[in-house]
Design a protein around this ligand. Structure first.
Ligand code: NAP
Length: 225
């Protein structure tokens, strides 16, 4: 057993990337406690994980749980699922920013978060704009080490069927063959590689705000795991 000193909070642990991340962190045995803040409990969990079913509208009342070394944010939704732009913004902007503020107040060392390729607060595309805004707001906080992962299309097995993403996923199997050179950043990426890169950067002592485009995420995942 490795020397377990670190503690973590994971938001979005029931999602595609979040679930992969939980499994990787458990396997790597670097954490003595991992708090999973979820709105529905996962099917099963390892004893190192403590599951908290929380009301995200009352998020601040869980601030004591943020007294950890590392906070991972894998939260996200789609406008279709959320049913309005406001509801989407809540999950993809408000909850992550509130989490980062609680992490900052509690003295967390690292905040690691997934946004998306194309994140840009000035984008005319609402999704990219919200992702850019969340990056901008969190980067201003005085957390010693911030890591932002910008994946392209995520590949992996989802419980839920997303028609658009399924078509894109099928197309990406062929397209990935020609995604070389300047097209590399657009290549679809396995969710488990995003999780592996997050776990990997959580092990480094790198400070400041670090942003990883999709091909860089893949490189980190392959080289370090
Ligand atoms: N899909 C893609 O191709 C793609 C591409 C680039 C970037 N991204 C971004 O990557 C991140 C991870 O994506 P993913 O596909 O792993 O996400 P996912 O599978 O949809 O999981 C999202 C997580 O957020 C939680 N969540 C959603 N709505 C919530 C709400 N209202 N209150 C509390 N929790 C809520 C989900 O909980 P439940 O399990 O309870 O629903 C789940 O744990 C997201 O930020 C996404 O925008 C995705």
């Amino acid at each position: 057993m490795k020397n377990r000193k670190k503690t973590a909070v994971i938001l979005g642990a029931t999602g595609l990337v979040g679930n992969e991340l939980v499994n990787i962190l458990i396997q790597q045995q670097n954490y003595e406690k991992i708090h999973l803040l979820v709105r529905r409990p996962p099917d099963s969990h390892d004893p190192v994980c403590e599951v908290h079913v929380v009301d995200f509208e009352q998020y601040y009342s869980y601030r004591e749980l943020f007294q950890v070394t590392d906070v991972f944010c894998c939260l996200g939704t789609t406008i279709k699922k959320a049913k309005s732009k406001e509801a989407f913004r809540k999950v993809d902007y408000e909850y992550p920013v509130e989490a980062a503020k609680m992490a900052c107040e509690s003295g967390a060392e690292k905040f690691l978060m997934i946004t998306a390729m194309g994140s840009n607060p000035k984008s005319r595309i609402f999704y990219n704009q919200v992702k850019g805004e969340v990056e901008e707001s969190i980067s201003k906080l005085t957390i010693p080490s911030i890591h932002i992962f910008r994946p392209s299309l995520l590949l992996g097995k989802r419980e839920e069927f997303r028609f658009g993403e399924k078509i894109a996923e099928k197309a990406s199997i062929l397209l990935n063959l020609i995604m070389i050179g300047p097209l590399r950043p657009f290549k679809a990426i396995e969710a488990k590689n995003v999780a592996a890169a997050m776990a990997s950067m959580a092990r480094t002592g790198k400070g400041g705000v670090n942003i990883y485009p999709s091909h860089e995420i893949e490189r980190i995942a392959i080289e370090n795991n």
